[in-house]
Design a protein around this ligand. Structure first.
Ligand SMILES: [Zn+2]
Length: 340
C-alpha cells in the first residue's frame, strides 16, 4: 500500500473558513477574548442529523469561526495555511471557495475582500508550490440579486492561473431558496468563461440534482453523491461530463450517510463518474484531504483505483492543460514506485 499523502491530486472542494487550522482558530479566539464552544475543542468531529436542526448546528459552529475572521492579516493567513496543509498532502492544485461578503465589512467592501484573497492565493502558490485558484461562491440564504453582484465581481478577476477566479459557486443549505432564481447569476459568470460549481445532491436527492443541472448548467457538482440513487440520472451526469466533488467525511458529519461505508463512491465510479475527493470543512469535520483517500481505500479501492481517482481530481480541476499533463505524469510515477 502506497502512501496516499504523496499521491499527486487536486483539491476542488474546500471552503475558506472551513479550511482553518484549529490552532489558528484558537489563536483568533484568544486574541479577541472569545470563548470557543466546546464542540471545537473536544477533539470530536461535528456530527449532526441531516435535517434543518442539524444544519443549523453546523451553520452556528461555522459562523462562530467566520466571525473571528476580521482582518486582512487573518484572511491572508487562512489562505496560506490552507495551501501549506494541502502541499503536505500531495495536492498540486487547490480551488478554494469563498463568499467575500462575510469579510467585506473589515476590509472596505467585497472588492478589496476578494482582492486580498486573490493576492494571498498568488503568494500561497509561491510559498507552497500548490497552485491556488479561487471560486467565488454565493449563498443560498442571501438574495439572488446579491449573487448577481458577486458574479459580476467574480467576472472581473476571471482567469485560469493561480490567484484568479476560476469558477462561480452556490453554497449553504441546499433546501433554501428556489434553484432557478440563481440562474441569472450563473449566466453572468458562464458568459465570462467561469465554470459553474454549485453545491447539489448532498442534502437533497435526484429531483433536486435535475433542477440544478437544468437551471445552473454545472461544470462540477459540489457533492452530487445523491445522484447514486438514480442510475439514469447518474448516467446523464456522466454523459454531460459533469464531475462530482465527493466529500465522504463531510457526508458522515452532516448525517447524509450514517458511516463512511455508506458513501456510494463505488457506485459513482462504476458508472464512470469523474470524481474529485474533497475535505469541505476540515475545521469542523477533523478530516483533511488525504483522509478522504484513506476512506476510499477503506471502501475497497486498491492503489491503481486510488491513482485513477487522483487523476479524476486533476482532470476535473480548472488548471491549464500543461499543469494537468505534468501532474498526471506524477500520478503515474507514484503508481510505478514500489513503496510499501
Ligand atoms: Zn461545501
Amino acid at each position: 500500500m502506497r502512501d496516499l499523502s504523496t499521491l499527486p491530486k487536486a483539491h476542488l472542494h474546500l471552503h475558506f473558513t472551513g479550511s482553518m487550522r484549529l490552532e489558528t482558530l484558537v489563536d483568533l479566539a484568544q486574541s479577541s477574548r472569545t470563548r470557543l464552544p466546546s464542540s471545537f475543542i473536544d477533539g470530536d468531529p461535528l456530527r449532526v442529523p441531516a435535517d434543518h436542526r442539524g444544519w443549523f448546528r453546523f451553520q452556528r459552529a461555522y459562523d462562530t469561526a467566520r466571525h473571528l475572521v476580521t482582518s486582512e492579516e487573518t484572511m491572508r493567513r487562512i489562505v496560506v495555511e490552507a495551501a501549506l496543509d494541502d502541499a503536505a498532502e500531495g495536492s498540486r492544485r487547490l480551488e478554494i471557495q469563498v463568499d467575500p461578503t462575510s469579510y467585506a465589512p473589515f476590509v472596505g467592501g467585497i472588492t478589496p475582500a476578494l482582492e486580498i484573497i486573490l493576492d494571498a492565493a498568488r503568494q500561497a502558490t509561491i510559498l507552497s508550490g500548490v497552485e491556488v485558484a479561487v471560486i467565488v461562491a454565493a449563498s443560498r440564504i442571501r438574495h439572488p440579486l446579491d449573487a448577481r453582484t458577486l458574479a459580476r465581481l467574480a467576472v472581473r478577476y476571471a482567469g485560469q492561473e493561480p490567484g484568479t477566479v476560476v469558477g462561480f459557486g452556490l453554497s449553504n443549505d441546499e433546501r433554501a431558496g428556489r434553484t432557478a432564481s440563481w440562474g441569472p447569476a450563473f449566466r453572468i459568470a458562464q458568459r465570462a468563461g467561469l465554470a459553474s460549481l454549485p453545491h447539489g445532491g448532498e442534502l437533497l436527492g435526484p429531483s433536486h440534482v435535475r433542477d440544478v443541472v437544468s437551471a445552473l448548467g454545472p461544470t462540477r457538482l459540489g457533492h452530487g453523491v445523491r445522484t447514486a440513487e438514480d442510475p439514469a440520472l447518474l448516467d446523464e451526469i456522466v454523459r454531460r461530463g459533469i464531475s462530482l466533488e465527493v466529500c465522504p467525511a463531510s457526508n458522515v458529519s452532516l448525517g447524509v450517510y450514517h458511516e463512511a461505508a455508506d458513501v456510494p463512491l463505488p457506485t459513482l465510479l462504476a458508472h464512470g463518474a469523474q470524481v474529485a475527493l474533497g475535505a469541505d470543512d476540515p475545521l469542523l469535520f477533523h478530516s483533511r484531504l488525504t483522509d478522504q483517500y484513506e476512506i476510499a481505500r477503506s471502501l475497497g479501492l486498491g492503489d491503481a483505483a486510488l491513482a485513477e481517482l487522483a487523476r479524476g481530481s486533476i482532470r476535473a480541476s480548472l488548471a491549464s492543460p500543461g499543469s494537468k499533463a505534468r501532474w498526471l505524469a506524477e500520478v503515474d510515477d507514484w503508481l510505478a514506485s514500489d513503496q510499501g
